[in-house]
Design a binder for this molecule. Structure first.
Ligand code: NAG
Ligand code: NAG
Ligand code: NAG
Length: 441
């Protein structure tokens, strides 16, 4: 029997001086009633919180796929892995945020009215700058380019636009932050860099990009770089490193330590396999589809999809499906159904917990029929609903799978930092400055 005074405050109120001293039996009865009441109230609170979170989705969904999609997106809005609005703003408006109004329709696929219509809860703003001309950069990537400056400019314009529309956007740096922004009706805005050619061959630059708020780095764009091999633009690109370079191996470790997501879109198959094996944290493909459905190098082959998952020798990951017609189907055949075929295929091989949406809107000239801009995501959800996807599976597809990966990467970073893992001091050994100085000593 417990001493009641210790438990009393928990049971509500606690003993008051005026109350007559209870007998032993009535004390026990009071404790039992109290505990039962506590369990009941806790249960009620838990159910109501859960109920609120799942909203109408706990009950049956409407038969009408469009209405069902809307209900699902109400509580699990789209978090897109790759949107190229920043480079469109650079190309069309020279990064002048006052030269256009995102509250109105602008050219391209993305603006605030269409984001709201598409029930978007978040996206990665791609701070993309193109690959340097290989002749100018030189075969070892050593000649100076403006890529780091231009990347800073693209991060800058992303942040300026996010700040300019504070009722709509909120810069988000963690998975928790994304969820809280969404719960307040904001579009959680994350920043990604589309290629390690934007890092100036330097792991120190990676750390500074993290400090600026960047949360993923695609290991390559269409060019090889000092860290890794790309899958190129067309089949047949000759590898430079057979996957990751030695500096690329260090990069993976540092990304894990920082909690920077490793993005495997655009990489060669060898790069992807090696990175999956090496990474201690879950990874993403921010905008790639399935090669078995449409055979282009930018899509993920089945043997790599089979490495994705939570079993032994697997790595947790989410493959966020790209809408670019050229990656989705033969010319003239890209439709919302063909995009859904990619989603279904990735789900079949890797599992429904490992697929997401990475439209590439504003980065693609052409669009599939039925997925013309960011207002059309609900139609894709409706299509998958008619194919038998449940509300929970669809909520995973729209964003929760990605949030799980973000959580995982944050957890691994925390663990590595708590273990006292040193930052990587590795440098590119072909650099004439650091490398030569060391030899001269
Ligand atoms: C930016 O756009 C505004 C509005 O069109 C214009 O008044 C201003 O001159 C532009 N700034 C530059 C530097 O082009
Ligand atoms: C690039 O660097 C190489 C040396 O690695 C040099 O020979 C070449 O002229 C440079 N190209 C340009 C365009 O600067
Ligand atoms: C669509 O695909 C079929 C078969 O792959 C091809 O014959 C056709 O030309 C494509 N384009 C259109 C517009 O249907």
């Amino acid at each position: 029997m417990s001493s009641s005074t210790e438990n009393a405050p928990l049971l509500g109120g606690g003993p008051t001086l005026a109350r007559p001293k209870p007998t032993h039996n009535s004390k026990i009865r009071a404790i039992i009633y109290g505990v039962l009441t506590l369990i009941f109230v806790t249960g009620l609170v838990a159910v109501s919180v859960f109920w609120e979170e799942l909203g109408g989705v706990v009950g049956g969904l409407p038969n009408d796929p469009e209405k069902a999609a809307q209900r699902i997106l109400d509580i699990a809005p789209v978090i897109d892995g790759h949107i190229d609005l920043p480079i469109l703003v650079r190309d069309l408006y020279r990064n002048n945020a006052s030269a256009f109004d995102l509250e109105k329709e602008i050219p391209g696929h993305v603006d605030i009215p269409r984001l709201r219509k598409g029930q978007v809860g978040g996206f990665f703003w791609s701070a993309y700058v193109s690959c340097p001309n290989p002749d100018i950069e030189g075969k070892d990537y050593l000649n100076s380019t403006w890529r780091v400056r231009d990347t800073l400019e693209q991060i800058d314009i992303s942040k300026l636009l996010i700040a300019r529309y504070p009722d709509t956007f909120e810069l988000a740096l963690t998975s928790k932050h994304v969820k809280s922004a969404i719960s307040r009706g904001k579009i959680a805005s994350l920043i990604g860099i589309e290629g390690a050619h934007q890092l100036g061959n330097s792991i120190a630059v990676l750390r500074q990009m993290y400090d600026l708020g960047v949360r993923y780095v695609t290991l390559t764009h269409v060019c090889h770089n000092a860290f890794a091999d790309s899958c190129g633009f067309a089949p047949g690109i000759i590898p430079r490193w057979e996957g990751l370079s030695p500096l690329g191996v260090s990069l993976i470790g540092e990304m894990n330590r920082l909690g920077m997501l490793i993005d495997l879109s655009h990489t060669s198959d060898d790069t992807a396999r090696q990175a999956l094996k090496l990474s201690k944290a879950p990874v993403i493909w921010s905008h790639s589809s399935a090669r078995a459905v449409h055979d282009v190098p930018r899509n993920v082959p089945d043997d790599i999809l089979e490495l994705v998952g939570t079993g032994p020798d697997k790595t947790d990951a989410v493959v966020m499906v790209n809408f670019a017609p050229f990656f989705v189907a033969t010319p003239g055949n890209a439709t919302i159904q063909s995009v859904a075929d990619h989603v279904d295929h990735i789900a079949k091989i890797a599992g429904k917990k490992h697929v997401g949406i990475g439209s590439d809107f504003d980065g693609i000239g052409d669009v599939p029929v039925g997925l013309e801009d960011v207002s059309k995501y609900p139609a894709l959800i409706a299509e998958l609903y008619t194919r038998g996807w449940t509300r929970f599976e669809l909520a995973g597809l729209t964003g929760r799978n990605l949030l799980r990966i973000l959580d995982g990467a944050e957890r691994v970073a925390k663990e590595l930092q708590e273990l006292g893992t040193e930052p990587s001091y590795d440098y590119y050994d072909k650099r004439p400055d650091l490398a030569r100085k060391k030899r001269e000593l």
